[in-house]
Design a binder for this molecule. Structure first.
Ligand code: FO1
Length: 312
């Protein structure tokens, strides 16, 4: 697919990140590239599952269950009921409609289609103008090392509901899966880069751990801003603050800046305005909680305005 030379790149995980990506897609369309975490991907019941990619595709394609945050709206669960009746594994719920996507992707990957190609075709079928790219086409696993042992990401996050205490997070790129040319080209051509308010440890760090991506960000002349995932020291959704506490990191916006040393600016919520003087890079204060679709578009517009301030 041909793309305009310059554009905006967003680094994104699942639910929170996808909401901002939705707003950016509405404002930028084809000028947006979303680079999505695939460290959560796993093989389950013989199917290739890519939760964050699917959350982004469903959200931007207006197919997502807004309440649940993952999976499709209007879902039915006959497959899960039948699976339970046959004593199959039910800790990870696959809806009937969602299943269609996993079956198609599994078949495509087995036939040698790359995850990038499959995702591009899927995005065009659901009429998403933005380009959605997996961070890598190679197997890459986020492993959460906890007091309950080394846990594959979905066992920690879904089965154990992120309850075990985190000691550290490891990434296994199965012996050298590198960034795709599509991701590296998008970063090189970016006129601005936005780190979405996703979990820094579980969603953004895996992207930065893919060989080639962190150095591409460092080499980029484009301004890079992040939206803090914390509001009043808490995550809007998910275990970000819990993990920060467990890792002994203060749950404030300054810690987010420290975590992302490549940032040119940070967007923080109005609730945290008093923290601004402690942050040693430019700060943009606005409402960051996205309750409605208008909020998503509003925050996306604020991020683009902030990026515009860095233009020489
Ligand atoms: N999250 C859950 O909390 N429970 C589930 O059963 C579950 C199933 C699921 C199926 C497909 C999919 O794409 C996502 C799914 N998620 C589920 C969400 C998901 O695994 C996590 O939110 C992300 O990996 C973290 O970003």
């Amino acid at each position: 697919m041909t793309r305009p030379e310059k554009g905006i790149v967003a680094l994104c995980g699942g639910v929170g990140g996808a909401k901002l990506a939705y707003g950016l897609n509405r404002l930028l369309g084809e000028r947006l590239t979303v680079v999505v975490n695939t460290g959560d991907d796993f093989d389950h019941l013989g199917l290739a599952i890519s939760p964050d990619l699917d959350t982004v595709v469903y959200t931007l394609g207006e197919l997502a269950d807004e309440e649940r945050g993952w999976g499709r709206a209007g879902e039915s669960w006959n497959f899960m009921e039948a699976l339970a009746g046959l004593s199959g594994e039910t800790w990870f719920r696959l809806g009937d409609c969602d299943l269609a996507l996993h079956v198609l992707r599994s078949r495509a990957l087995r036939a040698g289609v790359s995850l990038t190609e499959f995702t591009e075709e899927l995005s065009s079928r659901v009429k998403i103008p933005a380009r959605i790219l997996p961070m890598t086409d190679h197997p890459f696993a986020t492993i959460v090392v906890t007091t309950a042992g080394r846990l594959p990401f979905q066992r920690y996050f879904v089965e154990l509901q992120a309850r075990p205490e985190v000691q550290r997070i490891e990434f296994d790129n199965h012996g050298g899966g590198a960034a795709t040319a599509a991701v590296l080209d998008a970063i090189a051509a970016a006129e601005g880069i936005i780190v979405c308010p996703s979990n820094p440890y579980l969603s953004i760090d895996p992207i930065l751990a893919v060989p080639g991506i962190a150095s591409a960000l460092e080499a980029s002349d484009a301004p890079i801003v992040a939206v803090s995932p914390l509001v009043g020291g808490q995550a809007v959704k998910g275990p970000t603050a819990k993990i920060m506490n467990e890792l002994g990191v203060a749950t404030n916006c300054a810690s987010i800046v420290k975590h992302y040393p490549f940032l040119d600016g940070l967007v923080i919520d109005s609730v945290d305005e008093a923290e601004a003087p402690q942050i040693d890079i430019p700060v943009h204060v606005t409402g960051t909680v996205m309750r409605s679709k208008d909020d998503r578009i509003g925050l996306a517009a604020e991020c683009l305005k902030f990026l515009g301030h860095f233009k020489s």
